[in-house]
Ligand binder design. Structure first.
Ligand SMILES: Nc1ncnc2c1ncn2[C@@H]1O[C@H](COP(=O)(O)OP(=O)(O)O)[C@@H](O)[C@H]1O
Ligand SMILES: [Mg+2]
Length: 202
């Protein structure tokens, strides 16, 4: 299987680009979506997270208090590493299961923290970066989440820099375009990945 990682900073447009690929029939495995499923009611990571972080990250109804958990791991590197140690192996397992079940020429996996974690390097053939300016990221995330500018700034500061991401990318989508331009760029890349997958298959 020819695997393309789709990465980019928060609010860069990863999910938007992933949706455009999916609309062309490319299978998309989104590690953010998997992480949310794992921490939803009945998810395999909920109890381990509760045991590791206690009732302060839980809502009274027994669901995860995502805002409280985000606060907790943001101010505390050790806590963040502990959360990642719970989540990452479970996410990885789901990604491998999903890849094994696919019949398509290529697949995309959305990995927001590809640069930061170095994860999935062993399963991927190519890295696609969704890139935009930091000010655009901040505006988009504020509009989407209702977080304050300082909170969004803190998230950006904890992520890799734009230059660090550009340094590892094979392909770049400059996501300052209109939705139509974006769809056209994705269509071009889709053809490129189909051709690369065909060339790489025995
Ligand atoms: N080219 C674009 N023009 C305008 N808004 C966009 C564009 N791309 C994404 N957005 C919007 O910006 C926000 C962040 O995009 P999203 O795809 O969710 O980013 P990510 O998944 O990287 O965090 C969303 O509300 C999305 O609708
Ligand atoms: Mg997203």
């Amino acid at each position: 299987m020819f695997v393309v990682a789709l990465t980019g900073g928060i609010g860069s447009g990863k999910s938007t680009v992933a949706d455009a690929f999916a609309a062309l029939g490319a299978p998309v495995i989104d590690t953010d979506v998997i992480a949310r499923e794992l921490t939803a009611p009945g998810g395999g990571a909920l109890n381990p997270v509760r045991e590791a972080f206690g009732e302060s990250v839980m809502q009274p109804d027994g669901t995860l208090d995502r805002a409280a958990l985000r606060q907790r791991v943001f101010s505390d590197t050790e806590a963040r590493l502990r959360l990642e140690a719970i989540l990452h192996p479970l996410i990885r397992q789901r990604v491998e299961q999903a890849l094994a079940g696919l019949r398509s020429p290529y697949a995309l996996i959305v990995v927001p923290l590809l640069v930061e974690t170095g994860a999935y390097r062993d399963v991927l053939q190519r890295i696609l970066l969704v890139d935009c300016s930091e000010s655009t990221q901040v505006e988009r995330v504020m509009a989407r989440s209702g977080l304050a500018r300082e909170e969004v700034g803190a998230i950006l500061a904890a992520q890799a820099t734009r230059a660090e991401r550009l340094a590892i990318a094979d392909d770049v989508i400059a996501n300052t375009a209109t939705p139509e331009d974006l769809r056209a760029m994705v269509a071009t890349l889709h053809q490129r990945y189909l051709a690369l997958a065909a060339a790489a298959s025995p």
